[in-house]
Design a protein around this ligand. Structure first.
Ligand SMILES: [Fe+2]
Length: 313
């Protein structure tokens, strides 16, 4: 098995540019995942986000999680749990408008740091989308525009903690799924592991690495690239000891963006993916997240009859 792809983004502006672009291309085509180092986000900001996220979990989330586990009797299960995840989460929205000031239980310092972090991640996401455009032979800005809709992209963060689990063989931290959206930027714990992706039928660890950002591609990039790039199934294995932090930010299309394969990526009239409005896809995804993605695409092929000239074959 080849090594998990690690991209040094510093090299994008120097002599190593060509090799780095090639590495990104290979990661997008064959992994759906890669890990970025020297991505330009200040390490001290990441340290602050980590410290405040862990403090917030201990102060505001841990007890609630323990009560939930006790209520559901999750510690004593004897058979595999298929309808719940061993995770404690909350969500923040940054775009089209921020809801950070309304999310309860956050300190001012935490709100400020998350805002600053999100702004850096938004820039990084857009920079990455342009690198993908370059590798795909699409004009600069194509993907950003494809995601834009009438109000710009949707950008949000899922803050999760995966506490120690007494039955990791029976309860997943997070059950296997592909991500619905565009491009995902993950700041994960550098000590407690657990994230795995499915590659060639085998589960592969996404290695914890200090100050790295893990990138993965969502279903919308699979559709726009007409399957040249794929969203890849991943899951979180709960651990016996240690709490794993996961701060995952989702740069997604705007709710009314119309998503369809880029015409230049359709070879010999072979349009494999449908055209749909992103919000409709999300409505379907919210019910079918933990199922295979193919039926989601199929469902829109059937309804494409009414969607005009770019309708699928
Ligand atoms: Fe995910």
């Amino acid at each position: 098995m080849e090594n998990f792809p690690v991209i040094n983004l510093d090299n994008i502006n120097g002599e190593e540019r060509k090799a780095t672009m090639e590495k990104i291309k290979d990661a997008c085509e064959n992994w759906g995942f890669f890990e970025l180092v020297n991505h330009g986000i200040p390490h001290d900001l990441m340290d602050t986000v980590e410290r405040l996220t862990k403090e917030h979990y201990r102060k505001c989330m841990e007890q609630r999680f323990k009560e939930l586990v006790a209520n559901k009797g999750l510690e004593a299960v004897q058979t595999e749990v298929k309808d719940m995840d061993w995770e404690s989460t909350f969500h923040l929205r940054h775009l089209p408008e921020s809801n950070i000031s309304e999310v309860p239980d956050l300190t001012d310092e935490y709100r400020k740091s998350m805002k600053e972090f999100a702004l850096k991640l938004e820039k990084l996401a857009e920079e990455l989308l342009d690198l993908l455009c370059e590798n795909l032979g699409l004009e600069k800005g194509y993907l950003k525009k494809a995601f834009y809709g009438s109000k710009g992209p949707t950008f949000g963060t899922k803050v999760a903690n995966y506490p120690p689990c007494p039955k990791p063989d029976l309860v997943k931290g997070l059950r296997a799924h592909t991500d619905a959206g565009g491009i995902i930027l993950l700041f994960q714990d550098d000590k407690v592991s657990g994230l795995q992706l499915l590659k060639d039928g085998k589960w592969v660890d996404v290695p914890p690495m200090h100050h790295s950002i893990v990138i993965n591609l969502g279903d919308q990039l699979e559709v726009i690239t007409n399957g040249k790039y794929k969203s890849v199934e991943h899951r979180v294995i709960a651990q016996n000891d240690g709490t794993r932090m996961s701060v995952a930010s989702f740069y997604n299309p705007g709710s009314d963006a119309v998503i369809y394969p880029a015409p230049t990526l359709i070879e010999e009239n072979n349009q494999v993916y449908p055209k749909f409005v992103f919000e409709d896809y999300m409505n379907l995804y919210s019910r079918l997240k933990f199922q295979a993605k193919e039926p989601r695409f199929e469902a829109f092929k059937e309804s494409n009859v009414n969607l005009g000239p770019i309708a699928t074959v």
